[in-house]
Design a protein around this ligand. Structure first.
Ligand SMILES: [Zn+2]
Length: 144
């Protein structure tokens, strides 16, 4: 349940008290305590709106709608992050399995997990399974 303490210093670094004050209880539970929202209820699960998904905790841009795909797994799924350094990966051995946790590289908040080799037929064969509540969609400005 608790997040691993790493020695890493993040560009955006706040105390637990500050995060609690800024985030809703549900956001705090996922972003700062590595929780997982229930499947099929997240606001972006089936969203097709074009735009950029930013970290709900710090605002860093994480994913774009261009790499979002229908995984039917119940959470928003992307086959690649916006940039290689926008997220970081941490081995997660909780729940009796080896998974790779995905965190925001700017503030260290929990986003979800990444799975590989599932055969989705995407360019990377990866599935970034991300909690809706960890992100804020910034719709692309309508160029007309
Ligand atoms: Zn962040």
């Amino acid at each position: 349940m608790s997040m691993d303490q790493t020695d890493r210093t993040y560009a955006v670094s706040k105390t637990d008290e500050e995060w609690r004050a800024e985030l809703s209880p549900a956001e705090y539970q996922v972003l700062r305590q590595a929780g997982t929202e229930r499947p099929y209820v997240g606001e972006y699960t089936d969203t097709k709106t074009e735009g950029v998904y930013a970290c709900r905790a710090c605002g860093a841009e994480l994913f774009t709608s261009e790499t979002k795909f229908d995984s039917h797994c119940g959470w928003p799924s992307f086959y690649s992050p916006l940039a290689g350094d926008s997220v970081e990966y941490i081995e997660d051995v909780s729940m009796g399995m080896k998974r790779v946790e995905v965190r925001c590289a700017t503030c260290g908040s929990h986003l979800g997990h990444v799975f590989e080799g599932e055969g989705y037929g995407t360019p990377t064969d990866q599935r970034f399974c991300i909690n809706s509540i960890s992100m804020t969609l910034r719709p692309q400005a309508d160029a007309g």
